[in-house]
Ligand binder design. Structure first.
Ligand code: FRU
Length: 499
């Protein structure tokens, strides 16, 4: 690319177009570190997203939730809805802990044909398939259970003959269920965490399940396998769909703690087979803070699959310095896959609502000042040696660095100086290998307590929490050898979703 590549950024005038504090209209969403473009519950603890589904014009986000406190416990399903995947409205708890049974991670499907018989006269209705968790003197038990809702997810009834799938195991969880229209059946991927396996089941009615096959151990097996998701992924630019199997690993992920790997391959209706093509095994996120992501069920026709995860890591999730809530979700991202000379890779494109203010042209290195949240869409013209990227300064001694290291062929986020250190495992530099033949583009979304980076056409996703001392950010584009940096791009302000 042209070394005189131009940069298009904000004009000075637009710097004065500030963002109104979120609490101007929405009390309760303006505490320190409160995410402005990511979902977080108004109060209390959350972990994994659950039951992501589109129904009657609403996207539903259920989530692991403790209605009684800001630490893990009393697991229930919290609930929020959105009409655009951006703005969320939190609703009362959907499925509470009951009679000693906690409600662990699972799915929601729309039973259009009333195959379950649970919809009665209300077809189509919503059916949740979740892991029930019990712990008593005899030990722990995890099995799969149903609940249903006849009023668009507002109230839920547990199925009277639960559980529907029980192997009498202490670890058997996180059913991911979806419709196989072609064969008029339901399919489930569910984890055997300690054996590093995903089991596949089929059912005509969500109640009786027949085991089809197992996948694993495979890939990385350093920790428990959790939160599997099997989904069909379209090509980014034409070509056949592939199947992706995503599975959480905790602990033992490459960046430490919890993380997620994916396998691209094929599913013949019974068995998932991982491809051996280069790139078919990777990490859905190379940062530390994206876990137990799942995809939406029943999206409107033509929409690419949408994945959304818990923006956190089990290493320090209970230590985050936020109140009165703890835990937040990643941005939703649309999935496709890319295939080029270097191989195949999962692609993620975050869904945001960028509001263009203005742009300017810069030919030298520059510095801009913004308040979070904002989005940068940049394209770097890499020098073959050294590091090219940007630093986000919130104070002279507090910064987060996001860059491509051409010498090491690494993309990274360095949060060692980003602010509050939270726990010993927190201040790290997370890295991902980059493919020299792919463009070095970067989409970066900076919120009050996170940076989410999507590099190389979204084939590298890197999500990291940060707890900076201020919302005010000086953005400095740099090259390690100094001098001008060839970069072009746009900067966008993002409006708080809580207004
Ligand atoms: C993963 C996980 C799941 C489980 C849930 C319990 O973060 O451990 O396997 O269903 O959290 O809250």
């Amino acid at each position: 690319m042209n070394r005189r590549a131009l940069s298009r950024i904000l004009t000075a005038a637009s710097l004065f177009v500030g963002i109104l504090p979120a609490d101007a209209q929405s009390p309760g969403y303006d505490q320190p570190y409160r995410p402005q473009v990511h979902f977080s519950p108004q109060r209390n603890w959350t972990n994994d997203p659950n039951g992501l589904v589109y129904f009657h014009g609403e996207y539903h986000l259920f989530f692991q939730y403790n209605p009684l406190g800001d630490r893990w416990g009393h697991m229930s399903w919290g609930h929020a809805v959105s009409t655009d995947l951006l703005h969320w409205r939190e609703l009362p708890v959907a499925i509470p802990e009951k009679d000693g049974e906690m409600v662990f991670t699972g799915s929601v499907v729309i039973d259009s044909e009333n195959t379950s018989g649970l919809c009665a006269a209300h077809k189509p209705c919503m059916v949740a398939i979740y892991t029930g968790y019990r712990k008593d003197q005899k030990g722990t038990l995890q099995n799969q259970n149903l609940a249903y809702s006849l009023d668009n997810g507002r109230t839920w009834t547990r199925y009277a003959r639960n559980p529907v799938l029980d192997l009498h195991l202490s670890d058997f969880r996180d059913p991911s269920v979806f419709r196989d229209e072609a064969q008029h059946r339901w399919l489930m991927a569910v984890a055997l965490p300690l054996e590093h396996k995903v089991l596949f089941y089929a059912s005509p009615d969500l109640k009786q399940w027949t085991r089809l096959s197992d996948f694993g151990p495979a890939g990385d097996v350093a920790g428990d396998w959790e939160c599997p998701d099997l989904l069909r992924v379209p090509a980014d630019k034409g070509g056949p769909d592939v199947w992706a199997l995503k599975v959480g690993l905790n602990p033992g992920a490459p960046q430490g703690g919890s993380g997620e790997q994916y396998f691209l391959g094929s599913f013949d209706g019974t068995r998932f087979t991982a491809s051996t093509q280069p790139g078919s095994h990777g990490w859905t996120n190379y940062g530390k803070d994206d876990y137990c992501a799942i995809s939406f069920n029943h999206l409107p026709p033509g929409q690419r699959p949408v994945l959304l995860g818990w923006m956190n890591n089990w290493q320090y999730a209970s230590k985050l310095p936020t109140s009165p809530w703890r835990g937040q979700m990643s941005l939703p991202r649309r999935l496709s896959y890319l295939s080029d000379d270097a191989g195949i890779a999962l692609k993620q494109e975050p869904i945001t609502e960028p509001l263009r203010i203005d742009h300017a042209t810069i030919v030298k290195s520059y510095e801009i000042v913004r308040d979070v949240p904002f989005e940068l869409d940049l394209h770097f013209d890499l020098v073959p040696q050294g590091t090219t990227g940007l630093r986000l300064y919130t104070e002279p001694h507090h910064w987060t660095e996001i860059a491509f290291d051409a010498t090491k062929h690494e993309f990274y986020i360095d949060r060692t100086h980003s602010g509050a250190t939270v726990a010993p495992e927190f201040p790290v530099k997370t890295t991902a290998p980059f493919v020299a033949s792919r463009p070095c583009d970067l989409r970066l979304i900076v919120d009050r307590s996170s940076v989410e980076a999507f590099a190389q056409q979204g084939t590298i996703a890197m999500t990291n929490l940060i707890f900076p001392p201020s919302r005010h950010t000086h953005i400095v584009i740099f090259h390690s050898a100094g001098g001008a940096v060839a970069v072009q791009g746009d900067m966008w302000t993002l409006q708080s979703i809580w207004k």
